[in-house]
Design a protein around this ligand. Structure first.
Ligand code: TXA
Ligand code: MG
Length: 321
């Protein structure tokens, strides 16, 4: 294992203070951390990821009081969500305060903030004391990392240290909510569902309007393996495999265990429980990407609220081909 993979939280906090880059585990995916108030450190995050500057970053906090230092005019409903879901996999997009460097927000007047629930992330944020930008710790457009080794394989010496916090328990990126006044807007679905959010606040969801918010996760080439990926209904997979029984360079991610296929084809049968499915999704896609198949076929997942975040990531992974 590479020497920069460690559990030394104090060393990580010190590097952040010096303006260096530190990858850290959260409950969703690993983040690529830098001091949010240090514009040249934040610039290095964009450069390390090869991420265009117009795509803003989330600031992670380990202390509730930072919310009012980084944001202003905070809707009551945002505060209600903070009370209920923080620390946790929920990011809020709020009006930025003047303390937030524009390089963090991609020049917009809003800022995305979240208080992660992972104990190692919280320990790091508390020891560092300030806000830490944390895009997923992968090159722009790649699959998000859910293990320290995934981060290690994407980055060279520009990342000084990777905190090793084992596998991320949620497995896909946080739910992102913006506001129009008191009305919530779903900017990126995740494992905290619309229904769970609606239960905590007084207003209905606004649908994102014709002017799409700048969420780079909404570009088609996102969350994508390098092998071509399609999402198909179980019946269509069954028919395809029957009509092409000689095919031996197919990789499959299913939730139905009943497919007969050539023994050379790699098949992962995933959980029918959305929490378990999400937890293993990116690792499964990485594994299927590595077998050198011509195509990855993913069985479509249920249309219910609990699967919204997963469906979104699968559609984006497929949409880029
Ligand atoms: O779970 C997560 O959210 C992970 C972990 C590491 O915390 N982070 C993550 O960051 O997924 P990233 O940079 O890969 O995705 C952040 C998303 C992007 O789609 C970005 O455009 C959006 O948040 N975002 C950030 N600031 C925004 C803003 N002011 N308005 C709208 N979207 C914003
Ligand atoms: Mg990302």
């Amino acid at each position: 294992m590479s020497k920069r993979i460690t559990t030394d939280i104090s060393a990580a906090a010190r590097l952040l203070t010096e303006g260096r880059l530190v990858a850290f585990p959260t409950e969703t995916v690993y983040g690529l951390g830098a001091d949010a108030l240090n514009p040249s450190a934040v610039r290095r995050v964009y450069e390390a990821k090869s991420r265009p500057f117009g795509h803003p970053l989330i600031i992670h906090v380990g202390n509730m009081h930072l919310l009012d230092e980084l944001a202003q005019d905070i809707p009551d409903n945002a505060r209600a969500l903070v009370r209920h879901f923080w620390p946790g996999p929920l990011t809020l997009v709020l009006k930025a305060s003047d303390n937030v460097p524009r390089i963090v927000t991609g020049g917009q007047d809003t800022v995305a903030i979240r208080f992660p629930a992972h104990p190692m992330a919280i320990a790091l944020l508390k020891e560092f004391g300030g806000g830490v930008v944390g895009p997923s710790a992968n090159k722009f457009g790649h699959l998000s990392p859910t293990k320290a080794a995934d981060v290690d394989s994407d980055f060279g010496p520009e990342v000084d240290l990777i905190l090793n916090g084992a596998s991320c328990p949620v497995g896909i990126e946080s739910t992102i909510i913006g506001f129009d006044g008191e009305f919530p807007i779903m900017l990126r679905p995740g494992m905290i569902t619309k229904r769970a959010i609606s239960a905590e606040i007084s207003k209905e969801f606004f649908e994102a309007g014709a002017e799409p918010p700048r969420v780079p996760g909404s570009l088609s080439a996102h969350y994508a393996p390098t092998t071509r990926l399609v999402v198909l209904h179980a019946d269509d997979i069954r028919r395809y495999l029957k009509e092409n029984s000689e095919l031996h360079d197919v990789a499959l991610l299913t939730i139905t265990p009943l497919f007969k296929t050539h023994p050379n084809n790699k098949m992962i049968v995933a959980s029918t429980d959305p929490d378990n499915y999400a937890k293993n999704l990116y690792e499964s896609l990485r594994e299927l990407d590595r077998v050198g198949a011509k195509i990855i076929i993913v069985e479509s997942v249920p249309l219910t609220d609990a699967w919204d975040g997963i469906r979104d990531r699968l559609e984006r992974a497929a949409g880029s081909f």
